[in-house]
Design a protein around this ligand. Sequence first.
Ligand SMILES: [Zn+2]
Length: 316
Amino acid sequence: MDSIMWHYEKLGSFSVSSGYKFDCNEGSNPGSSALSGDVSWWKFLWRMKIPLKVKIFVWRACENWIPTRTNLLLRKVPSDSICPCCDQKAETTMHALWCCPLLRPIREVCGFTKDCWGDDNSMFLDFMIYCRRQLVQEEMDLICQILWRGWYNRNRGVHDAAKMCNKEVVPCARAFQEEYLLANHALNAEVSDRRGNGPIWQPPYKGTYKINTDAALSVGDGIVGVGIIIRDYVGNVIASSAQAVQYGCCVLIAEALAIKKCLLLARHVGLELGFIESDAQVAVNLINNPDIPYSEVGLIIKDIKSLLEEFSDFVN
Ligand SMILES: [Zn+2]
């Protein structure tokens, strides 16, 4: 019996992405095609509220650039194509990330993907485009986190490192996504309020930015944790940094250094600061005092004062 082969795809079966490429190459208008989803897919992917490393991973997977056994073989890396997890089937990208029988606990927990189509030989890009049509934004964000975490877990297993049970992948990915959203999408103020952890964050004037700094001392190991965060007037996090530094001095110096670091960062990215807020009350008092102490911290305060001349306001 004859069978129909789709010669725009290596495996001979039709896929949405190859169909789209064919559609464009044939000179038809991609905008009018029902298959033009992959152009908007890339835009969609880069705008997702997920960590950059996850976006880059999904992008590489969509381009079939992740080192599955099948891809290694295609690139002439000595390997066999059999999946190192189930030891049953060829490890294509779809198999490694979604279809491997060992990933069943992940697929089962992801009830929202039950209508998402795809098998071992599907193009991963097609699968993602299909998912995007079926799922809401939050589900898409989560599924990308899950795919990244599943692949990370697979790699740990391949390299004989401790790996988590696949049942734990979804809760872990969900927790990471929630943590990411908390850190990056201005829920900080609300959370602070709900938990009663200190004052509610107040925004600066429209068009300006606000810096918060904090330094905390871990007495036992002589380490100072320095945190800084810059937000715009609607609360979006523009930049943040957290560092653990060995201190041979005192918390006051660490706090002053945190403020100086903030100002350097703000100057570097050209922000117009409306406010700087710091829990470091002693450091703030020193900065607001016209007399500069003759000490190590005094040198830092002097630097801060000259940096502040470049900004309009300083409010503690
Ligand atoms: Zn497998």
